[in-house]
Unconditional design. Structure first.
Length: 268
């Protein structure tokens, strides 16, 4: 009797430990948990089929590496990597692309330093260019520069040009580039229905005027983009979240979703 009670207590403790682990895992990964659980967001808006920028993009795998902005990072990238992202700023005075993420990481490293290694290593990866400062003022000059880069490094159908300014991406689309509208920051799980509707409508308005090839946004925006803009491939970024059950199922969901074209992960 005592032995039976001991075993019962042992299994009960194990169950409580597992429940505590999963509860903590969910709390630590609330954003991922929300994506897994899903949401209707709003029934006041229906999925929209809008015209897109039909340009090809070579994608051999959807797991790409985030922020390959240095010579060191391109050197350690596997030669057979499917793709990677670079953060670029166009300098109109020097007519060049500089590699850095934001003003706190300013660098004078030009993109050719990394693409030269890409070419020497005979890599075939496609490249996501997060164009940080694309504007009407530099649109035409930067387009000529991007076109020259594409030709020099044999990057035809291997470049994504991303910007939060779809009106400036139109000329890139017309010149054969795969373009992505970096949608405004918005967490649909933390806003009321009116705000969600306004967000959907604002994206719709932009896309109706300026067709793009894809939409990009934070992983917690992806379910909303997927639901209301089903005609557009989605680009996003996430974390592997090792040793997390929530992270495992979350990444499995992302990697099996056919509408998700590319997922950026931090380099290891």
């Amino acid at each position: 009797m005592k032995k039976k009670k001991f075993l019962l207590n042992k299994y009960t403790v194990t169950v409580f430990i597992l429940l505590a682990y999963f509860a903590a895992d969910v709390l630590l990964h609330k954003g991922m948990s929300r994506v897994l659980l899903g949401s209707s967001f709003t029934n006041q808006r229906k999925p929209l089929m809008l015209k897109d920028c039909k340009q090809p993009l070579q994608v051999t795998g959807k797991r790409w590496v985030k922020a390959v902005n240095t010579v060191d990072r391109i050197n350690v990238l596997p030669a057979d990597a499917a793709g990677f992202e670079m953060d670029v700023y166009f300098d109109t005075t020097k007519n060049c692309l500089l590699l850095y993420h934001d003003s706190t990481e300013y660098s004078t490293l030009q993109i050719e330093a990394v693409l030269g290694i890409y070419k020497t290593r005979k890599m075939t990866a496609s490249i996501w260019l997060d164009f940080k400062n694309l504007s009407a003022a530099n649109e035409q000059q930067s387009l000529k520069y991007f076109t020259a880069l594409r030709n020099t490094y044999a990057l035809n159908n291997k470049l994504i040009v991303e910007s939060p300014h779809p009106e400036c991406l139109q000329s890139f689309c017309d010149s054969g580039f795969f373009t992505s509208y970096y949608t405004p920051f918005f967490n649909p799980y933390q806003e009321n229905e009116a705000a969600v509707i306004n967000y959907i409508d604002s994206i719709k308005k932009q896309l109706e005027q300026y067709p793009v090839s894809a939409l990009s946004g934070y992983y917690f925006q992806y379910p909303l983009l997927k639901k209301y803009f089903p005609g557009f491939p989605i680009l996003t970024w996430a974390s592997d979240s090792e040793l997390s059950a929530v992270g495992y199922f979350f990444n499995r969901k992302l990697n099996t979703d056919e509408q998700l074209k590319v997922i950026l992960y931090p380099s290891k």
